[in-house]
Structures are given as structure tokens and as C-alpha cells.
Design a protein around this ligand. Structure first.
Ligand code: CA
Length: 222
């Protein structure tokens, strides 16, 4: 996909460009609101990743201009502002999705897949056995009567395991994919989050949705 990345911070931009390029995307970067609006409206992109706080203005104005001229272009807003009013306001303004900084790369790619034109049509729903995950609403279901609306890290963790169903994934791989590259590796955060998912989605008397493979990691059985 051809992606317009609007980001004024060099560190975040190079992290995102490196990862997205490695996944086969073509990325162009804008560093100001003026440049972003100009590029979005004069060139062809499949998706825009839009930072809100820009040196010459607010990403909201860029979003409004994109919506006025390119109503179908998917826009994912990224910002350090995490509060719910902002999120609602941005969705009202026409953002397709919202990601809070700092974000892990797996969360970004999950949002890109869920919001791309093809993604909207085809891979919105992940299914492994009885386990279903809607990548747009973040609702997970495990057979009749078991459903949960997942917060973003739990969603990213389950999505990663489901996309690699049948494979044993180490804690370190999960930390890198879901929490980001600089997370403390001594942390038991992965085990804690696997516990959250099991409590929400396991059915009584049935094997867990996430298998522990001793000394190795975790696996969603395929
Ligand atoms: Ca910024």
C-alpha cells in the first residue's frame, strides 16, 4: 500500500517507516500540517497515518480537509492525547481509527489492516476454531455466549497469536510485537495479559484458548 505518514518526530517516523517498508508498504512522510494537506490532496495514497500535534498546526484541520476532498481515504489518527473525548471527537470528524502513543508496531499494522480498503472487505474477521476476532470492533468471541470487547493491548496480543495459530510464540516475540522494542524483558506482563484473555474468553471445562508451552511460550492451537 502507498501510505502517507504525517509525523514531526524523527524517532517515531523512522521506526514506523522502517517497519512499514519491511512489510512491503511504500511510505512518504510529511512533517507539517501544511505539507500533509498538500500531499494528501495532490497525490494518491491508500491510507494516511496522521499525528495530531504538528509544528504548524493541528492534525484535526488536516483531517477536515482530507474528509472534504477525499471522503473515502482511510485515516488513522495517532496522538499522545489519550482521552476518550478526543477519540469520540476525532471519529466524529471522520477519522477511521485512533491509536495512542506510544504504540507498538503490531498495533499499528493491525489498525492498518483493519482500515485498509481491502482489509475492510476481506480480513476484518479472524477465525481460529471456535475463536473469532473482529479486527475493527476488537470484539472476541469463543463459541456461543462468550464474548469480550478487548482493550488495545489484549487485542494486539490475541490478534498476533491468532495470526500465528499453531506456532509457539516466545514471550520475547510477544513483548516485541505487542509492547514495543524497548520494553523491560524481565517483566511478566505477557503472562499477566494472557491471564486476562483466558479469564475473559475461556469456557469452563474446555481447554484454554491460549496454550502454555512450558519453557517455550504460548500458542493458540490451530
Ligand atoms: Ca507531533
Amino acid at each position: 500500500m502507498k501510505i502517507l505518514l504525517v509525523e514531526d518526530e524523527d524517532g517515531i517516523a523512522s521506526f514506523a517507516i522502517k517497519g512499514l517498508t519491511a512489510e512491503g508498504h511504500q511510505v512518504e512522510r510529511a512533517t507539517t500540517a501544511g505539507e500533509a494537506a498538500e500531499m494528501a490532496l495532490t497525490r494518491d495514497y491508500d491510507l494516511v497515518i496522521l499525528d495530531l500535534l504538528l509544528p504548524d498546526g493541528n492534525g484535526r484541520d488536516v483531517l477536515a480537509r482530507i474528509r472534504a476532498f477525499e471522503p473515502e481515504l482511510p485515516v488513522i489518527v495517532v496522538s499522545a492525547l489519550g482521552d476518550i473525548d478526543d477519540k469520540v471527537e476525532l471519529l466524529d470528524l471522520g477519522a477511521d481509527d485512533y491509536l495512542t502513543k506510544p504504540y507498538a508496531f503490531a498495533e499499528l499494522t493491525a489498525r492498518i489492516r483493519a482500515n485498509s480498503r481491502q482489509g475492510r472487505a476481506s480480513s476484518r474477521e479472524l477465525v481460529v476454531g471456535d475463536l473469532e476476532l473482529d479486527t475493527r470492533t476488537r470484539v472476541a468471541k469463543n463459541g456461543p455466549g462468550v464474548a469480550a470487547d478487548l482493550p488495545s493491548r489484549e487485542f494486539a496480543l490475541l490478534e498476533y497469536l491468532m495470526r500465528h495459530a499453531g506456532q509457539v510464540i516466545t514471550r520475547q516475540q510477544l513483548l516485541d510485537a505487542v509492547w514495543g522494542f524497548d520494553f523491560d524483558t524481565g517483566s511478566n506482563v505477557v503472562d499477566v495479559y494472557v491471564g486476562y484473555l483466558r479469564r475473559k474468553l475461556d469456557r469452563p471445562g474446555m481447554p484454554s484458548i491460549i496454550e502454555t508451552v512450558r519453557g517455550a511460550g504460548y500458542r493458540v492451537p490451530s
